[in-house]
Design a protein around this ligand. Structure first.
Ligand SMILES: [Zn+2]
Length: 93
């Protein structure tokens, strides 16, 4: 159960209160871990996105809830197709 999700530090970071734990993610780390079909091969899990192509200045501009189980993000590079289940976010380092 997630209590709250908020964009902090002018979009450089995202804070999620999981109830038992509060985690802070950088916008860049989330972008690099995007699991959409443009960033990761669906059947092999092989990364397509090259992390060096993600700018250090990337910002998280917006997010929305997908039901109660996931978040979808909009980054400043106009990427938005990734859906991040809370179970994945909770285990992301
Ligand atoms: Zn993606």
């Amino acid at each position: 159960m997630v209590n709250s999700v908020k964009i902090i530090n002018n979009g450089k970071e995202l804070e999620i209160d999981f109830g038992d734990e509060i985690k802070i993610f950088t916008a860049r780390d989330l972008r690099i871990n995007c699991g959409c079909a443009n960033c990761e091969e669906e059947w092999s899990g092989k990364r397509i996105l090259e992390p060096t192509t993600v700018s250090n200045d990337i910002v998280l501009e917006d997010f929305m809830y997908i039901g109660k189980y996931a978040l979808q993000f909009l980054w400043s590079d106009e990427h938005f197709t990734g859906i991040f289940p809370f179970t994945v976010l909770k285990n992301l380092d």
